[in-house]
Write a protein that binds this ligand. Structure first.
Ligand code: ADP
Length: 267
C-alpha cells in the first residue's frame, strides 16, 4: 500500500525490473537445485557398479571363489566395469555439451548417409533381438557436427531397438518437407505411457529402471540427444503410445548455418 502518488509512479516504473530480477533469482535457485540433484544422482549411479566390483574382487581376494564361482565373479566385475565406463562416457559428453566446451566442427553433411551407417552398425544388435531395421527417404544435407549427429542417431536407434519387442521393427527416415530436413525414428516397441513422455529427456529419468539397466542404458541418452538438438538449432518431438510404439522426430532448420555465416562476416 503506497499512499504517496509520486512513489507509486516510481514503483510502477520499477515493477518490470523487479519482475526480471525475481525471475533471474528463481532461475538461479532452480538451476542450483538441478545441479545438486544431478550430482546426487551421479554419485548414486557410479556407486552401484563400483560397490559390485569391489565386493566381487574382495571375495576372490579372500579365496572365497572356487573355479566355477570365480568365472561368474569375473563376469560380474567385467559387466559392472563396462557399465561404469559407459556412465562415465555419457557424463563427460553431457558436461561438455552443457558447458559449451565441445569442439564442434560444423559442415554440410549427408544425414541419410550417416543414418545408413548407423543402421548398418546396429543391425547385428537388432537381429539378436529379432528386430528388423529399415531406412527410408533420400540423401539430405544438414549443417551439423558429424560426431554429434552420429551420437544422436546412435542413441535414438539404440533406444528403438532396446525398447522393442521380439519380432518388432525400427524405421529410420531422413527426408525433406517444406524445405526442412527431418529425421524420424519409429519403432513398434513397448511405447512410453503419456504421463512419462514429458520427463524422458531429463537426466537419469527412466520409465522402467530395471529394463534400462538390463539392456545397458545409462538414463542419459535422451538428455544428450536434447542437448545436441538444441546446439544445432533443431527441434525434437515425441509421439508414443504404450504397447504400440514410439516415434521421435528431429527437424533441422537453416538458422544455425545463417548464424555461423553472419558471425564469420562480422568477425
Ligand atoms: P536409457 O539409457 O535408460 O535408455 P534414455 O535417456 O535413452 O535412457 O531414455 C530415457 C527413458 O525413456 C528410458 O529409460 C525408457 O524408459 C524411455 N525410452 C526412451 N526411448 C524409448 C523408446 N524408443 N521406446 C520406449 N521407451 C523409451
Amino acid at each position: 500500500n503506497i499512499s504517496d502518488p509520486g512513489q507509486e509512479v516510481v514503483y510502477r516504473e520499477l515493477e518490470p525490473f523487479v519482475a526480471t530480477i525475481r525471475q533471474q533469482h528463481d532461475d538461479i535457485i532452480k538451476s542450483a537445485q538441478m545441479r545438486q540433484e544431478f550430482t546426487a544422482n551421479v554419485s548414486h549411479e557410479l556407486k552401484t557398479p563400483l560397490t559390485a566390483i569391489s565386493g566381487y574382487a574382495e571375495l576372490i581376494e579372500h579365496g572365497m571363489a572356487d573355479a566355477e564361482n570365480s568365472k561368474r565373479f569375473a563376469g560380474e566385475i567385467h559387466k559392472n566395469s563396462v557399465r561404469l565406463l559407459s556412465l562415465i562416457n555419457d557424463i563427460i559428453q553431457l558436461s561438455q555439451l552443457d558447458g559449451g566446451k565441445n569442439h564442434s566442427e560444423y559442415a554440410d553433411i549427408d544425414l541419410y548417409k550417416l543414418a545408413a551407417e548407423c543402421v548398418d552398425m546396429l543391425k547385428m544388435n537388432a537381429r539378436k533381438q529379432n528386430v528388423t531395421m529399415k531406412l527410408c527417404g533420400k540423401p539430405c544435407t544438414v549443417y551439423a557436427d558429424r560426431q554429434l549427429m552420429e551420437e544422436l542417431l546412435y542413441n535414438l536407434c539404440d533406444n528403438a531397438i532396446r525398447y522393442n519387442n521380439r519380432g518388432g521393427s525400427v524405421t529410420v527416415t531422413v527426408d525433406e518437407k517444406d524445405g526442412h530436413v527431418f529425421l524420424s525414428i519409429r519403432d513398434t516397441g513397448i511405447g512410453i505411457p503419456t504421463e512419462h513422455q514429458d520427463r524422458v529427456f531429463e537426466r537419469f529419468y527412466r520409465v522402467d529402471k530395471s529394463r534400462s539397466k538390463a539392456t545397458g542404458g545409462t538414463g542419459l541418452g535422451l538428455a544428450i540427444v536434447k542437448h545436441i538438438v538444441a546446439q544445432h538449432g533443431a527441434s525434437i518431438s515425441l509421439e508414443s503410445q504404450a504397447g504400440k510404439g514410439t516415434e521421435i522426430r528431429v527437424e533441422f532448420s537453416d538458422a544455425l548455418k545463417q548464424q555461423m555465416e553472419e558471425r564469420a562476416e562480422n568477425a
